[in-house]
Write a protein that binds this ligand. Structure first.
Ligand code: AR6
Length: 174
């Protein structure tokens, strides 16, 4: 498995699955959630209505509709409340559950936004560390994974620099 850093808009990515940083209702919102719904079109919201929400730390899959990506994996990150409310394990769970759901759907490539680091206020450095550690742990435990490429998508320079520091400019290989 190769981890790569991608700077730009996740809705343009031609991968098997993009991950949405959604909320518990799964009925759209701002940030990356809004961008994904706008780019995928109204059929995405119609399918999301059939899912009846999602717990924080869990993930659910839909089709990608008008997106280049075949699937959207909707996960719900924790709202940052200072760090004493189980935020770290909930955020790690978002990465693990998204990879499990992608695996079940036979995805070979997946792209993650920096979950919880926008509206939900998670400190970017701690979130980046959890993202990289969580992905590495998943693939160390699942050597026969069908997922060959994981993209960490950055939408700001701070996040890009953090990922570069954690995994190197050219990405890393497990
Ligand atoms: N492509 C890639 N990354 C993006 C894009 C994009 N088009 N747009 C924003 N980001 P956020 P959260 C980055 O706020 O913190 C929504 O209203 C952004 O810069 O989208 O998990 C939901 O409905 C940041 O680094 O998600 C929830 O209510 C990252 O995506 C709530 O926000 C996540 O920022 C979820 O908050």
């Amino acid at each position: 498995m190769k981890i790569r850093i991608y700077s730009g808009d996740i809705t343009k990515m031609n991968v098997d699955a993009i991950v949405n940083a959604a909320n518990n209702a799964l009925l759209g919102g701002g940030g990356v959630d809004g961008a994904i719904h706008r780019a995928a079109g109204p059929k995405l919201l119609a399918e999301c209505r059939t899912l009846h929400g999602c717990e924080t730390g869990d993930a659910k899959i839909t089709a990608g509709y008008d997106l280049p990506a075949a699937h959207v994996i909707h996960t719900v990150g924790p709202v940052w409340k200072g760090g004493g409310c189980n935020e770290a394990s909930l955020l790690a769970s978002c990465y693990r559950r998204s990879l499990e759901v992608a695996e079940e759907a036979g995805c070979r490539s997946i792209a993650f936004p920096a979950i919880s680091t926008g509206v939900y206020g998670y400190p970017k450095e701690q979130a980046a560390t959890i993202a990289v550690a969580g992905i590495n742990r998943y693939f160390n435990e699942k050597k026969d994974s069908c997922i060959g490429e994981v993209y960490l998508v950055c939408f700001d320079e701070t996040t890009e620099k953090l990922y570069q520091k954690l995994i190197g400019k050219s990405g890393n290989q497990i």
